[in-house]
Design a protein around this ligand. Sequence first.
Ligand code: ADP
Ligand code: MG
Length: 314
Amino acid sequence: MPSEFEIIKRFFDRPAKRALVGIGDDCALLRPDAGLELAVTTDTLVEGRHFLAGADAEALGHKSLAVNLSDLAAMGAAPRWVTLALALPAADERWLAAFARGFFALAERHDVDLVGGDTTRSPLLTINITALGEVPSGVAMYRAGARPGDDIWVSGELGGAALALAQPDRTRGFPALADRLHRPEPRVELGERLRGLARAAIDVSDGLAGDLGHILERSQVGAVVEYARIPKPAAFEQFRELERDCVLSGGDDYELVFTAAQPQRAEIEALSRELKTPLTRIGAIQSGAPKLVVLDPAGKPIAHRGGYDHFAAP
Ligand code: ADP
Ligand code: MG
């Protein structure tokens, strides 16, 4: 079985392009470009909580990085550097090779350097990634930025990942749904292009109701969303009974929800065409208490669950 240092050397030590010092010293040494702010985020994926034991290693390598890049995108930051802390029950070389393949394929697409980490044995497979990005001063998008009268926009479609999670067998005929769940595409380019256009943004990791709720809390505003406007995968035609809960409260889609002033509509629609990424106006921010109202086509409120609590007892 390879040692800690053999694991690092064989699977993770690759030359960093943008770091003064990457893997191999006590710290990585990074120099952000002048005039840029550093955005920093971290996410932990724990076996049994965030993924099932035996989950595909290549998909895990992809997803553990993707969820971090998604947080940077939601802030408008360009991803630059990441660290990777792995706690593994065993040094399974096939698992490590597949994990690294998924991880580096996504890292290379976004020009992200792996500059450090930690490797240890542990009874439970746990993956922790910290990601650092750069954003020009003054244009990062905060959860607190929403104003009454803003439009509420969402990228892509919502609910597909939750449907794949709830119905792995019955959704086998829809591979795009399983991809959403296991290989989410972080909206990196969209996040960068929304700088100066969007006022508030968040990525949908825990469901629209919960995540838009964070914007409302932070901005101290309310919101009305028209359910019929929310884009959803066509597969829901065969899962009507699950649709509303998946679309409103299902997590793991990693789309961006953002608010923007109404005069920005034309520019956001042009951006949608340019990036070939659907951007859909689903509602509006209102003054008042931080409450989300979702209306059905008849104008009646739809009940919905809030976000997912990762600290809830198993
Ligand atoms: P230290 O004892 O100073 O914490 P380590 O022996 O843990 O250093 O790690 C040696 C080097 O390998 C460090 O540069 C560290 O950042 C890097 N490293 C360790 N594990 C990983 C990993 N899973 N992925 C990337 N880099 C790693
Ligand atoms: Mg260490």
